[in-house]
Design a protein around this ligand. Structure first.
Ligand code: AMP
Length: 208
């Protein structure tokens, strides 16, 4: 199954992706994780995107499309993948369609995790993220319950960056809901419940 995850930052896309990977072995492709990896490793790409990411703005379409093209062209993506955090603009969604055509692959669905804005702000400002595996938990958590890695507050989980990320989401990413509706690919789940409950609904909607 090839899937795109849609939803505002903090909607729980990464958490649902981790459950799906655990149970079904899909490849999880998170552009945010790939970019954070580049920043942590201090690669030329990482140096280029570090400040943009910390401010909550989007990295250029060109850079992210190249990153996804490279990852999705590898053999391990051909047994099913979950794209998390990509596409984030209509330009990226069109580039993805072209890329999948070239690779003779197709999308089975775009899963939209819908959460109210108040819940999003609350979740983002009180979350910590594992440096090693991306697991997220409440702000008092210092050791990752999944891999014992170090938990930290992402530099873009600050009030200013959260507000930029939310307006970026509304202006540039939410049009993708209509984009995938028009392709009859949109599947919507209410992401306001506890992660396990949302996951039950995700499996039901995806027929898994
Ligand atoms: P995320 O982990 O998905 O919340 O992404 C964190 C940050 O990485 C975003 O705020 C952007 O700066 C950058 N980023 C991740 N994915 C994309 C994308 N598809 N297009 C542009 N920038 C992205």
């Amino acid at each position: 199954m090839n899937l795109v995850l849609l939803g505002a930052p903090g909607a729980g896309k990464g958490t649902q992706a981790q459950f799906l990977v655990r149970d079904f072995g899909f490849l999880h492709i998170s552009t945010g994780d790939l970019l954070r990896g580049a920043v942590a490793a201090g690669t030329p790409l990482g140096i280029q995107v570090k400040e943009i990411m910390a401010s909550g703005k989007l990295v250029s379409d060109e850079l992210v499309i190249a990153l996804v093209k490279d990852r999705i062209s590898q053999d391990d993506a051909h047994n099913g993948f979950i794209l998390d955090g990509f596409p984030r603009t209509v330009e990226q969604a069109k580039a993805l369609d072209n890329l999948l055509d070239e690779l003779h692959l197709s999308l089975d669905g775009a899963l939209y995790v819908n959460v109210s804005e108040a819940t999003i702000v609350d979740r983002l400002s009180s979350r910590k993220t594992c440096k090693a595996c991306g697991y997220t938990a409440g702000k008092d958590c210092c050791v990752c319950p999944a891999c014992e890695g170090e938990m930290y507050q992402r530099p873009d989980d600050t009030p200013e960056a959260i507000s930029t990320r939310l307006s970026t989401y509304h202006n540039q990413t939410s049009p993708l809901i209509d984009f995938y509706k028009a392709q009859s690919k949109l599947k919507e789940v209410d992401g306001g419940a506890l992660p396990d409950e949302v996951y039950g609904e995700v499996k039901r909607i995806l027929g898994l």
